[in-house]
Design a protein around this ligand. Structure first.
Ligand code: PLP
Length: 360
């Protein structure tokens, strides 16, 4: 068996320890004689799995009691609709468009009410985060929406926007659990787990209780009402049971690593290795405004498309997988989530140095 260094943006690398544990429990989960995949979601064993997962996540993120934690399906993209359907009481919401994911969320919300694009960085291919200290927030906005870490472009909000008292909703898919967060600053924090937590198929929604009600847009499907899932503690129907089990293992791994403060330090250290190299390189350069750089997704280019393709090909041959940039932007992107070991980044930089010497 040989493992590669997987720089995929998602589904992405998971901690090896977690995968090994899951393998050991595959045929017989803790004496139950069955796999978690084969288990009733109403069983005692599964009840413990999902309850522990929630408790560990609450501990890691220091989630206050007046927030619900929901394990749902449909990926992050279903939330693009679920958020306006549940939250747009005045049918007005403000969107800050910093990339494709925020743009999709904005377009989806436009189907249900008046979505206002109050800021955007599209003028410079989303390579920066706009100044959000004094935006024209709508008087009657039900919420202000951001995508906190822009997976495709590699930018991150270092300070949250001034929402002037309005509820903040954030898609944190690609920075989930990468550093501590103050949950109280948000009304809703949500993310697909396949970037930094677990297998695709699970989306976690952390939502303040006062935002959960039966008062949703007419025609909202039962399965798309937060209240239905909150009242049933994520067991209204069969949840993505195996995926949640793996998420739970990753939460335990994060706790063992020392929690989110430690992960932040580790992620900063990892990202610095790569960014420092990009800043001094004669061949490679980062594509993002320095102060907005993501710790998780690091896009870079040589400035020559043929050379980019050659790099991706040779990197793959050397055991560095999925370094090709998103299909809409080209170039390269290294996603260096929690589970990417420091050696992975060190070895990548070593390889880039060698490639530079041979090609510059
Ligand atoms: C990947 C991603 C999405 C889409 O996630 P799906 O689970 O595929 O719907 C949305 N937002 C962000 C920030 C992402 O990185």
């Amino acid at each position: 068996m040989s493992r590669v260094y997987n720089f995929s943006a998602g589904p992405a690398v998971l901690p090896e320890e977690v995968l090994k544990e899951a393998a050991e429990e595959m045929l017989d989960y803790k004496g139950t004689g069955m796999s978690v995949m084969e288990m009733s979601h109403r069983s005692k064993a599964y009840d413990q799995i999902i309850k522990e997962a929630e408790a560990d996540l609450r501990e890691l993120m220091n989630i206050p009691d007046n927030y619900k934690v929901l394990f749902l399906q449909g990926g992050a993209s279903l939330q693009f609709a679920m958020i306006p359907m549940n939250l747009m009481k005045n049918k007005v919401a403000d969107y800050i468009v910093t990339g494709q994911w925020a743009k999709k969320a904005y377009q989806e919300a436009s189907k249900y009410g008046k979505a206002n694009k109050i800021a955007s960085s599209e003028d410079q291919t989303f390579s920066y985060i706009p100044d959000c200290s004094d935006l024209p927030i709508s008087e009657d906005a039900d919420y202000v929406y951001i995508c906190e870490n822009n997976t495709i472009y590699g930018t991150k909000f270092k300070t949250l926007p001034n929402t002037k008292g309005k509820t903040l909703v954030a898609d944190v898919s690609s920075c989930f659990l990468s550093e501590p967060v103050d949950v109280t600053k948000y009304g809703v924090i949500y993310g697909g787990v396949q970037k930094n937590i677990g297998p695709a198929g699970v989306v976690i929604v952390i939502i303040r209780e006062d935002l959960i009600s039966e008062d949703v847009l007419p025609g909202t499907p039962t399965m798309m009402q937060y209240k239905i899932h909150a009242d049933a503690q994520s067991l209204y129907n069969t949840p993505p049971a195996y995926g949640i089990y793996i998420c739970g293992k990753v939460f335990k791994w994060l706790k063992k690593m020392g929690g989110l403060e430690v992960m932040k330090e580790r992620n900063e250290k990892k990202a610095k290795i790569l960014y420092d190299f990009l800043d001094e390189s004669r061949l490679f350069k980062g594509t993002v405004r320095k102060e907005d750089r993501s710790l998780m997704n690091v896009p870079f280019v040589t400035g020559n498309e043929e050379l980019d393709a050659k790099f991706v090909k040779e990197a793959k041959e050397a055991g560095f997988e999925n370094l090709k940039g998103h299909r809409t932007v080209g170039g390269m992107r290294a996603s260096i989530y929690n589970a990417m070991p420091i050696e992975g980044v060190e070895k990548l930089v070593e390889f880039m140095r060698k490639f530079e010497a041979e090609n510059a």
